[in-house]
Design a protein around this ligand. Structure first.
Ligand SMILES: NC(=O)c1ccc[n+]([C@@H]2O[C@H](COP(=O)([O-])OP(=O)(O)OC[C@H]3O[C@@H](n4cnc5c(N)ncnc54)[C@H](O)[C@@H]3O)[C@@H](O)[C@H]2O)c1
Length: 261
């Protein structure tokens, strides 16, 4: 039997990259997918799931808006009840240096990357609680673990997401609802496409991901695979964790190989 037969899952940021990979795999493994994204491509994701024999609905709207999340949760309830919520939508916000950052820059990134996941976590928990079960997975980042993988508001937002899953897991003690995060490293998606395109144009593609022990970047389905494990019953005793899917990047301090005794 497929892992997610008869389950209903909301995935935000489902038009592209990691969220699209999550949605397609949920669909292939039996879940009814409520795909949410600002971009119209979310309809393509839902259509691809249906074309392959799965069940999906698309909502093209802002996942940081409580109205959108309430609509997605209501739709999930009409499909039999929300079992899984994936708070994945995010924006990079650029690499503006400290001296030039504005409060508006922080507002924009924190709204989508941290407050959006909070809203989904809160609304999902409210409908899961009476049933005594549910799984919530947020997409954080290695940028939330330490510096060096994104702009300041982005990194702070992802550190906030890690804290959100830790605090929520404890707020939901005794409810049967698990809350975890994935921390992807460099992954080829819409967000990072310019980096990959310019590296390919310069012939330096092999440098992408060179700092991790696997010495390559990830595909979006590799991050999605971890997220779906955390959403599945196989992870029934995994709770309040932020798990890296980064080729080993976060396992080491920076070292110059061959220069350590
Ligand atoms: N790509 C990486 O290297 C990487 C690494 C670590 C973490 N992440 C995280 O993975 C998540 C998915 O990003 P991705 O890399 O797949 O990028 P992506 O740009 O391919 O996908 C992100 C999707 O989120 C959507 N989105 C953005 N703001 C939204 C909003 N307010 N409402 C609804 N949808 C919105 C976009 O339209 C897009 O379809 C993000 O949270 C990102 O921060 C990515």
């Amino acid at each position: 039997m497929a892992r997610f037969t008869d389950k209903v899952a909301i995935v935000t940021g489902a038009a592209s990259g990691i969220g699209r990979a999550m949605a397609l795999r949920f669909g292939a493994e039996g879940a009814t997918v409520i795909a949410v994204d600002l971009a119209d491509g979310v309809h393509d994701t839902a259509a691809a799931i249906v074309r392959d024999g799965g069940r999906a609905e698309a909502i093209a709207a802002d996942a940081a808006s409580p109205e959108t999340i309430d609509a997605a949760v209501a739709l999930a309830e009409r499909h039999g009840g929300l079992d899984i919520a994936m708070a994945n939508a995010g924006i990079s916000g650029g690499l503006t240096p400290l001296a030039d950052l504005t409060v508006a820059d922080w507002d924009r990134v924190l709204r989508v990357n941290l407050i959006g996941p909070f809203v989904l976590v809160q609304r999902a928990a409210a409908v899961m609680r009476p049933r005594g079960r549910g799984a919530i997975v947020c997409t954080a980042s290695v940028a939330g673990l330490r510096s060096g993988a994104g702009g300041m508001p982005y990194s702070a937002s992802k550190a906030g997401v890690i804290s959100l899953v830790q605090t929520t897991a404890n707020q939901l003690a005794g409810t049967g609802i698990r809350v975890n995060a994935i921390c992807p490293g460099l992954t080829e998606t819409g967000m990072t496409q310019p980096l990959f395109d310019s590296a390919r144009a310069r012939g330096s593609e092999r440098k992408l991901g060179q700092l991790n022990p696997l010495r390559r970047a990830a595909g979006p389905e590799e991050a999605a695979a971890l997220a779906l494990f955390l959403a599945s019953d196989d992870a029934s005793y995994v709770n309040g964790q932020a798990v890296a899917v980064d080729g080993g990047l976060s396992s080491s301090h920076p070292v110059v190989l061959g220069h350590m005794a």
